[in-house]
Ligand binder design. Sequence first.
Ligand SMILES: *[C@@H]1O[C@H](CO)[C@@H](O)[C@H](O)[C@H]1NC(C)=O
Ligand SMILES: *[C@@H]1O[C@H](CO)[C@@H](O)[C@H](O)[C@H]1NC(C)=O
Length: 508
Amino acid sequence: MTGLQLIHMCLATVLCASLSGAAPVIDSVVVMVKNTVRAHHGQTVTLPCWLQPPQSAEALEVRWYRNDDFDTSILSYRAKTFETPQETSYVGRASFGLKDAASGGLKEGDVSLKLVNVTLQDDGAYTCYVSSDKGYDKGKVGLSVTATGTSPFMSVVWKQNDLVNLSCESDGWYPRPQLRWSEQKQNLSPKSLEYREDSSGLASVHSWLLVSRFSEVSCSVGLSDGEAKEARVRLEIPVQPAKQESHSLGSGAGWVAFALLLITTLVLLGVLYFKRKALFASSKKEESTEENCSLLPKNESEALAEANNHYENVTLDQVKSEYLTIKDGKLRDTIVQFPDGPKVTCLTAVRGRPGFSSGKHYWEVSLGNAKLGLKQSWWVGVTSATVLPWENGVSPSSSNGFWFLSSSPARAESLQFNTEPEVLLPVRSRPQTVGVYLNYDSRELSFYNVDDKKLIGSLKADFSGEVFPLFNPGRGDKAPMEILQRTAPDECDDTGNYAQSTPQEAES
Ligand SMILES: *[C@@H]1O[C@H](CO)[C@@H](O)[C@H](O)[C@H]1NC(C)=O
Ligand SMILES: *[C@@H]1O[C@H](CO)[C@@H](O)[C@H](O)[C@H]1NC(C)=O
């Protein structure tokens, strides 16, 4: 036997001994670790640390602590018992875990640390220390904690000189996320980019920029090595009409396009209008004599309170439709399970009363409840049509006397105005209650998310003659659409609050 063969034999004996479970003769402990581990805020994570070659750690001393601070234990195990951790924030959260599914645990030298409910403060370095009466060893594991925030929320405000102020915000991130603006894959540089940290350490980001004409701008927010969340805003501004003036069909179409450009523009103006009005109103507070009962709108929620002074109890026209049932102000689809999922077409549109040809009028529509969920497909708005086109395939638009806000399951992140071109309004979530504010005299129609007290969007419309509330519960949603009725107040009070009948839970 050569010397080399002898060494091989010796090694084999040690290995076999260790595999068969007999205690191998090892002079000291050698600790192995995984250098970095990533975890999401709130998750459970295991920081791997084990003895190499494997030996039982049951009778050893094992200690986990932050950084190099031996005296702030997170997990302390000695003489086969656990001691209370010195770091109180880890009490009840730290225990031994398994480095992988095949691990035999403490018996085979796996001394990994398992942490439940990972917090942002857990981010950092951890030391795994193992000691026997023959010696000790330690290793360091870095824990990098991340939190994924909300989908970005974008808003659009029209400024002078063809400029649009686009803003984008997102919160709930750790560490600070990166925010990127782009248009057709080209990066845009923001005018402002601000970060804020809340009390729990989560970061929010807010950015805005000014753009002139654009088709689609995207704002994406994400961690450098994680996936990003994105929101887009699209404006479909039509081409300028042909200069040539004639009575041909072609120029007619050009004129329509021009009118629609105006609508798109004014939708944005509408949003600004409220902000402007708010500024104006607060600075001229004393001089206002105009309407005693109306509140001075300072912001969106006060503009909504002002709208509330013009509450109308709208009733629904009775229609004979095989697709709808109408009862007590509730509109529902007769087929709850629609084969292709929720859908909204002209077939289920209904007019309300009274009609309006002057003044300010406000009404609210409930679009779901906790029990049946939120409706996915609906229209809410006004129409000047005397007869509704109950036909599939008709697309009612501002050019034929329909102005409404619509929701469809195909576009989860936005609501739409049925203008031509369509305007997509980014929303965080579908509203549960929509308030419709018609100012006939100034030819404005505004939609509010009543629960958030936020303006969804406004549009200018060239109403003529009488316009009627328009509703459409669509088909295939479980939740009904309900026109909310209020008990009439004697006079409007200072708060603009009214007694309101709460929407009844729909009988299933
Ligand atoms: C972890 O978080 C859950 C949910 O917040 C909580 O119910 C549980 O008690 C927490 N566990 C520990 C050990 O803190
Ligand atoms: C753009 O909008 C943001 C709010 O989202 C505002 O803080 C900023 O001042 C606006 N910029 C301009 C130039 O109006």
